[in-house]
Ligand binder design. Structure first.
Ligand code: COA
Length: 387
């Protein structure tokens, strides 16, 4: 049975920080951020955008293209959760007017959360081929002003529809997983910003890539040359480049050139948006699909990594006509609408968003009409509104 990605929706908030300006403010050579880290800009969420509102907005990008009555499962992967108990997916389900019969919940394993949701959705659709599954990954990457991780922040969501008649990517059976209890990145309950040992994290990410890629190729009887492209979780694009360098080591110049070209196409959106944690791998996939000029049936490998740490490698083949399901102009317009903020403005907005608003305070949004936003809490109940 064919099961895979039928729709992809992307959202990012309406403000951005320029990395050259950030480098200058931090007395760093801009090339460290542009080349050494591989980031150009990062999206900035103010107090009115959170995981829930961005998840709704990402799904609205394609909701008109699907039959909502067929959605039987809604999984929300996030590490920027808004509640310790209630799932973010319930706010989304209400905003999207989905049926009460929908099974819905939130999952967490750092940046692996959206992939975990996809694997659950794949099994669900296999058991219920006449139904579809919505899987959302939505996050704000926060390390703090003037920290080493600052340049790898960002905000945004990816929403996917998984179905038994996918119009974008037909997922192949099987996967290879690798996990270990390690401390490379985490966010304790009493901290609004992540704690990270970035260099250790990079080392573990590359180690887990080697394990899962080799095991997957062995499981399927495939070679590196069989892949048209490999997309990677991109907390910052240099990290994916290091994994791609491992993938092409020892390969022929033709294979190396093919995978490097694909990687360049896959990193463009992440360079603009920054880290969106759970959605980052799928932002790379979207960037590749929009810029990679791939033939139908091309084999794409996907490497998912969540700190803590859990990794998985799997793959899919592009469906004929996949381009018709994409909206590159809409995605570019989403980036182009963002307002440039100066570094002092960024610091003020960033620090204000770390704290919850006082209960009863009504927040207003400067987003465009139609965009959902967080409007504050009333009696400690989160309020979401549409502009
Ligand atoms: N021109 C070009 N490259 C430069 C440069 C310059 N002027 N100055 C430095 N660089 C390069 C360095 O050589 C290094 O490259 P390498 O990684 O290939 O060795 C890179 O820029 C980063 O420099 P480094 O000194 O290691 O940076 P840092 O100590 O500021 O830390 C991170 C960078 C990425 C580790 C840090 O931002 C971080 O921890 N981010 C969070 C990462 C994360 O989210 N991890 C968990 C998610 S999976």
């Amino acid at each position: 049975m064919s099961i895979g990605i039928d729709q992809i929706g992307f959202f990012t908030p309406n403000k951005y920080v320029d990395m050259v300006e950030l480098a200058e403010a931090r007395n760093v050579d801009p090339n460290k951020y542009l080349i050494g880290i591989g980031q150009k800009r990062m999206s900035l969420a103010d107090s009115t955008q959170d995981a829930v509102s961005m998840g709704i907005n990402g799904t609205l990008r394609y909701l008109d293209n699907i039959d909502s009555a067929k959605v039987g499962l809604l999984v929300f992967g996030t590490e920027s959760s808004v509640d310790q108990s209630k799932s973010a997916s319930l706010f989304v389900k209400k905003a999207l007017n989905l049926a009460p019969e929908v099974r819905t919940f939130e999952v967490k394993e750092a940046c692996f959360g959206l992939t975990a949701g996809i694997m659950i959705a794949r099994d669900f659709v296999r058991a219920h081929p006449d139904q579809t599954a919505l899987v959302i990954g939505s996050d704000i990457a926060r390390y703090g002003v003037a920290t080493a991780g600052e340049v790898t922040q960002g905000a945004g969501s990816i929403s996917l529809l998984i179905s038994s008649s996918p119009r974008i990517l037909d997922l192949n059976d099987g996967h290879s997983a690798w996990s270990d209890d390690i401390n490379d990145f985490w966010r304790p309950n009493d901290s609004a910003v992540a704690m990270v040992d970035g260099k250790y994290s990079t080392q573990v990410y590359l180690d887990f890539f080697k394990h899962t890629f080799a095991a997957y190729k062995e499981q399927k009887g495939w070679n590196t040359q069989d892949f048209s492209s490999i997309v990677y979780h991109l907390p910052f694009t240099k990290m994916g480049k290091k994994a791609n360098d491992l993938a092409i080591a020892g390969e022929s110049p033709e294979v190396a050139e093919k995978l490097v070209k694909a990687f360049e196409a896959s990193k463009q959106l992440s360079m603009e948006v920054g880290n969106i944690y759970t959605g980052s791998l799928y932002l790379s996939l979207l960037s590749l699909l929009e810029r990679g000029e791939l033939e139908p049936n091309s084999l794409i490998g996907l490497f998912s990594y969540g700190s803590g740490a859990m990794a998985e490698f799997y793959s899919g083949n592009l469906v004929d006509g996949y381009q018709d399901q994409l909206n590159p102009r809409g995605d570019q317009a989403l980036l182009d609408r963002r307002k440039h903020v100066t570094i002092p403005e960024y610091e003020t907005i960033f620090n204000a968003a770390l704290a919850n608003p006082t209960d009863g305070e009504v927040l207003t949004s400067d987003e465009e009409t139609g965009v959902w936003y967080f409007a504050g809490t009333q009696n400690h109940i989160r309020q979401y509104r549409q502009k």
